[in-house]
Design a protein around this ligand. Structure first.
Ligand code: NAP
Length: 401
């Protein structure tokens, strides 16, 4: 009996010891977790303060050539400058130093240029400021698309001669002159095109070409829908899709129906009267410049192996619901990984081969740029303000006298 009590006492003791050991261990674990949480919170707070300090210093140290420029340029030319972030009113036509071509560059006397939604980064959207400059734009020059006459060539340049007419893409194109690398994004202007027409082409047409061909895998005989068919990129997309031998449907508003038909669309849907995602039609390729329909709405009108190329989120400028459209496109990108219909996004990039293809398409009459309005270089604020409304019909072109 005594023995049993002793045994029971021993096992009770060991249970108590075991329990207290377990409690001790869980207390240690709890303390450890608490310490980890405390240190993580401290590290996060430290990182946040550091990021804030770095951001603050970067913001106040951010400067540009407008702050540095003292004297008048020795060899001046006119160029559009934006020393501060802001709307079109911050743009100024100023005297700057005329560039000198390096050995591999050509100097082009710009005769015409054109504007694109990307020129509206002059407003300095905050997510892009770490790249473009925190407080002030690092690069104060504006524009990309140009057409003009070669004035001088570097000593290694064999592809071009002074006097030849060219068109291309180069940062800072809204100016009297640009220097461009001869082997990059500059090609001879087709003789049947004016400077204004050629200047309308580079960014918009290369976006349409690369989106349809590289991302959309466009093929003859396919049914293609272009949403946003009446804008700068859309008017090229309709014509380029036609040049591939496809059946094209363009989506635009009432006032642009005739325009979109006139550039070759086989069918036109007026978005103010009909929603293209609610028809019985099915498409092999949707080239979407607006992004105003959901993943499932667009899937409904795509063939089982169809592709939706998400190229943009509406006309130039910031519109209501644009944030939601961007989020919707990211959502579509993610979900399409699990479906046979593919949704793809991309950023177009210049290359000489594609510029040559575009020149050939113009030469053969397969694409003709649609020019909405033409402004002088000194009227650039008005041109950008018009583009920013988001309802351009084709391209907005700038003449450089
Ligand atoms: N991925 C790239 O590399 C790349 C390159 C260039 C441009 N983009 C993007 O592509 C988009 C278009 O550029 P863009 O130069 O063509 O702009 P844009 O010239 O300003 O085009 C505006 C056009 O969009 C049309 N539009 C607006 N809302 C519409 C809707 N609900 N349905 C159909 N059409 C509508 C307008 O037609 P209405 O007046 O009839 O409404 C107008 O003709 C922009 O979002 C731009 O940022 C992307």
């Amino acid at each position: 009996m005594h023995e049993m009590k002793r045994t029971a006492g021993i096992s009770g003791d060991s249970e108590r010891r075991e329990r207290s050991t377990m409690e001790g261990a869980s207390l240690v674990r709890h303390m450890k977790r608490k310490r980890i949480l405390k240190w993580t919170a401290r590290a996060l707070l430290f990182a946040l303060i550091l990021a804030f300090l770095i951001g603050f210093i970067a913001y106040w140290r951010s400067t540009n050539e407008c702050d540095r420029n003292a004297g008048a340029p020795a060899n001046p030319m006119k160029a559009i400058l934006h020393c501060e972030y802001g709307g079109p009113e911050v743009l100024k036509l100023e005297d700057v130093e005329k560039p000198t071509p390096t050995d591999n560059q050509i100097l082009v006397r710009v005769r015409a240029a054109s504007v694109n939604p990307l020129d509206l980064t002059i407003r300095g959207p905050w997510p892009l400021r770490p790249i473009f400059g925190m407080r002030k734009p690092k690069d104060t020059r504006l524009g990309v698309d140009y057409a003009g006459t070669v004035e001088a060539v570097g000593k290694n340049v064999t592809q071009f001669k002074p006097g030849e007419e060219v068109f291309g893409g180069k940062d800072g194109a809204l100016a009297d002159y640009v220097c461009a690398l001869a082997d990059r994004s500059v090609v001879l202007k087709p003789a049947n095109m004016t400077f204004e027409q050629a200047a309308a082409v580079p960014v918009a047409a290369i976006t349409a070409l690369q989106g349809l061909r590289d991302k959309g895998k466009i093929q003859a005989g396919q049914k293609v829908l272009v949403n946003g068919a009446s804008g700068g990129v859309g008017t090229f997309a309709v014509q380029i899709a036609k040049s591939f031998g496809t059946e094209v449907t363009g989506v635009c508003s009432t006032r642009n129906v005739d325009l979109v038909r006139s550039i070759g669309a086989d069918h036109v849907i007026d978005y103010t009267k009909e929603d293209f995602t609610k028809t019985d039609q099915r498409y092999d390729l949707i080239f979407d410049l607006v992004g105003n329909h959901s993943f499932s709405e667009r899937r409904r009108v795509l063939n089982p192996n169809g592709i939706c190329v998400m190229a943009g989120v509406g006309g130039a400028g910031w519109h209501d619901g644009m944030g939601m459209r961007l989020a919707g496109e990211l959502n579509s990108l993610a979900w399409s990984r699990f479906t046979s219909q593919k949704f793809v996004a991309y950023i177009a990039a210049f290359n000489k081969t594609d510029m040559t293809i575009l020149a050939d398409l113009m030469q053969s009459g397969k694409i003709t740029p649609v020019i909405d309005r033409t402004y002088k270089l000194s009227e650039l604020p008005a041109a950008l303000a018009y583009l920013e409304q988001g309802h351009a019909r084709g391209k907005v072109v700038i003449t450089v006298e």
